[in-house]
Design a protein around this ligand. Sequence first.
Ligand SMILES: CC[C@@H](C(=O)O)C(=O)SCCNC(=O)CCNC(=O)[C@H](O)C(C)(C)COP(=O)(O)OP(=O)(O)OC[C@H]1O[C@@H](n2cnc3c(N)ncnc32)[C@H](O)[C@@H]1OP(=O)(O)O
Length: 253
Amino acid sequence: MVYRFEKRGSGAVFTIDRPEKRNAINEEVMDGLSAAVEAVKEDESLRYFAVTGEGQSAFCSGGDLSEFHKLRTEEEAAPMLGKMADILLRMSLLPVPVIALIDGHAVGGGCEIATACDFRLVREGVKCGFIQGTLAITTGWGGASHLLTKSGRQDTALRMLTEARPMEARELLESGWATVLFPGDKFEALDRFVEPMERVHPSVHRAYKKAAVRRLLSAGLSGQVREEVAACARLWEADVHHEAVDRFLNKKK
Ligand SMILES: CC[C@@H](C(=O)O)C(=O)SCCNC(=O)CCNC(=O)[C@H](O)C(C)(C)COP(=O)(O)OP(=O)(O)OC[C@H]1O[C@@H](n2cnc3c(N)ncnc32)[C@H](O)[C@@H]1OP(=O)(O)O
């Protein structure tokens, strides 16, 4: 199994379990996350949903380039991008707070998954970034739309996207992307984070989350995500993108 979905205390945790691939996302992980999102949506006993990655090397390294490199054209890339963008959109609209528990680097689509969450708990020393630009593509899973919709400062958000570099944890906190930084064990950090929430009746969380969802939808998030998928698919088929992915996949050969 390349993922785990488990209840934990008052919440549920989805763990991407491909540490040897730095928790890169393939179709099987996508299907697992999609099913987990549906299960959380239907389970009224849950107070939160957390997403994390196995091990401390990576939260998630984005799309599995060895698998998705087979997609060559705009028409081939668009369904894969659209599928994950839809899963992340549904995750962001869940009726409970959604938490990214980031214990290792989050790059590319990994950074998009984290951005689609309501909160980002980042271990000190970890780096996160929208590095897609180094592969001559934009974000294709809706990450830029989530970032630009939720971010207080458009200049900060655009800088993160256009510089396309992994950022230090301290910088991520200062930019407002990271909610908190934590030292040490990720589940202790998660428990510390949810403990004050657990003193409040869950119906209050659900009511506030509904207000947050209304704000996202009234800002036109769904349509922006669709446009983002299409823009990434157009760039995907260019030689400059395929050459950059070849360089990554062949770097040790
Ligand atoms: C497709 C959607 C698109 C989007 O819409 O956002 C994307 O996500 S584009 C993908 C962006 N991701 C990348 O460019 C890959 C980034 N990976 C890294 O920068 C590094 O791997 C890391 C996450 C910083 C970790 O570095 P390190 O600990 O030094 O590990 P290695 O680089 O040696 O990797 C170990 C192993 O894992 C393979 N790997 C890593 N990431 C991916 C990936 N995204 N897809 C496929 N495989 C990946 C890497 O090739 C190594 O394999 P072996 O050489 O066989 O051990």
